[in-house]
Design a protein around this ligand. Structure first.
Ligand SMILES: [Zn+2]
Length: 268
């Protein structure tokens, strides 16, 4: 998670700076992320993991995210497309960059045996009660978003531009993004020049990041695959950015090319 926070923060800085964030001293950024993780983000992750909520019903999660982003100094709007949250940072001239995290859990019991395992249940939109678990890792995504926001706000003298943090409901039911767009996301907050997002993937070793082509979104980021060589030779402003981008299609649980995997992650 620390790597994801560093990657997202570095990516946004790269895009708003027009250069790689190397001059921002990556070691110092990593150290700051690690310190923030120990003092704040780990507890936040444990809270989110133990308190998952179903798609379109993420009211407590959204409220906590709004509070976290507001505390970080963002201008926060709640209730966008249902439970969606938008946090804006206007920091001078530069591109508008969207950073997105999904926040819903799945109707599954957690059987990990972890001491922070979810025991949550929730009545779904169909009126039935379900066990709920962050089985798709969205607790990591939203915690990373908070860490990214805190890092970028702490270093706002090192970049300029506008950031739009989007906390998206109902990724599992595949309706939350559309709901936010239909509620005027881009009309109300601006159309992004770039969009950054990632999804955890259990198929990858810990600490590894693998960008994939994101052909279904109108973004300028079009990396086709990750390789160390690409990171060294890709377009200069995007090298660091690409290091952190791992769109949801790279998730082994949620890969749309595999019906079995897709249905396992996204039950009806
Ligand atoms: Zn997911």
């Amino acid at each position: 998670m620390r790597k994801a926070i560093f990657g997202l923060a570095a990516s946004a800085m790269a895009l708003t700076w027009g250069a790689t964030p190397a001059a921002a001293d990556p070691a110092a950024v990593k150290q700051a992320v690690a310190a923030d993780y120990d003092s704040h983000l780990e507890d936040l992750f444990l809270h989110f993991h133990a308190n998952p909520e179903l798609s379109f019903l993420e009211t407590a999660t959204a409220a906590r995210m709004a509070a976290e982003l507001r505390a970080a100094g963002l201008e926060v709007t709640e209730g966008v497309g249902g439970t969606g949250v938008v946090g804006m940072v206007r920091n001078g001239d530069g591109p508008l960059i969207l950073l997105r995290a999904d926040m819903d859990g799945l109707p599954l019991p957690e059987k990990t045996g972890l001491d922070y395992a979810s025991t949550a249940t929730q009545v779904g939109q169909d009126g039935q009660e379900y066990p709920v678990m962050h089985a798709c890792g969205h607790d990591v995504h939203i915690t990373s978003m908070v860490g990214t926001a805190r890092r970028l706000m702490a270093t706002r003298d090192q970049w300029s531009g506008t950031l739009m943090f989007v906390v998206q409901p109902a990724e599992e039911r595949v309706g939350g993004a559309a709901a936010m767009l239909e509620d005027g996301l881009y009309d109300r907050f601006g159309t992004p020049d770039y969009a950054l997002a990632f999804h955890v993937a259990s198929i990858l070793p810990a600490g590894k990041i693998r960008p994939r082509k994101a052909s279904s979104i109108p973004a300028r980021i079009r990396s086709t695959s990750w390789s160390p060589g690409w990171a060294r030779t890709g377009p200069a402003p995007m090298r660091a950015a690409i290091r952190s981008i791992s769109p949801r299609r790279s998730s082994p649980r949620c890969n749309r090319s595999s019906a079995a995997r897709w249905s396992r992650c996204h039950p009806p």
